[in-house]
Design a protein. Structure first.
Length: 220
């Protein structure tokens, strides 16, 4: 049914919450502070969209500014000059346990694969070392000077996909599902946390893991 499958990277293929939590908790602990996973993630979700919505800056800068703002929300003063640790940690963020086998299976089935990510090119290259297959194309925020949920990632992907049948796969409702639906792009929500979309737009499909995505594709 589809020829091309694109993925959001961080949150869909790679466990970014674990990577962010480890990096921020580790930096805070060096200052004598104990921070829990939930409070770090809650603060990060509140801050990062605001930073990305401002005038374009590199994702490395976004991560630094977000780290400073998260620290401030959690009662900790982090100087901007010391905030580079979060971007440096990204190269060590690891894929979800189901990611690499699913990518191998999709590659074996001859799907063209792509990534649409809010990231810098060099940071994404560090992540690609952890992924088991090559990708046919990569679309990044650095290339476009734009962050999802703005539509430029999807518009650029459409240029690359052409007339092929295209499915996008992502975890973030805000960054991916809503703009894809608005553009009429078939999209599968990887709902790893069992969240409820509430009154939001509905994706083409919903799965719990990338292993479930393979079953969904087979049955579609």
């Amino acid at each position: 049914m589809y020829d091309v499958i694109t993925f959001d990277c961080y949150g869909t293929l790679v466990d970014w919450e674990d990577g962010i939590t480890r990096a921020i908790a580790g930096a805070a602990e060096r200052r004598g502070l104990r921070l829990g996973r939930d409070e770090i993630i809650e603060a990060y979700h509140a801050v990062e969209p605001e930073v990305q919505a401002a005038e374009y800056r590199s994702y490395r800068e976004v991560l630094g500014q977000t780290a400073v703002a998260v620290a401030a929300r959690l009662g900790w003063t982090l100087e901007p000059a010391n905030a580079g640790f979060l971007a440096e940690s990204l190269r060590d963020w690891v894929p979800f346990p189901d990611t690499n086998q699913a990518l191998k299976d999709l590659n074996a089935q001859r799907y063209r694969l792509g990534i649409l990510s809010n990231v810098d090119d060099d940071l994404l290259r560090g992540t690609l070392r952890h992924l088991s297959v090559p990708f046919d194309f990569l679309v990044t925020a650095e290339q476009l000077r734009s962050y999802k949920p703005a539509t430029r990632h999807f518009e650029r992907a459409q240029e690359l996909v052409g007339d092929a049948r295209w499915l996008h796969v992502a975890q973030s409702y805000f960054h991916d599902i809503e703009p894809a639906v608005a553009l009429g792009i078939p999209v599968v929500w990887v709902n790893r946390k069992g969240e409820s979309p509430g009154g939001k737009v509905r994706p083409t499909g919903e799965v719990s893991t990338l292993k479930d995505l393979l079953r969904w594709l087979r049955d579609s």
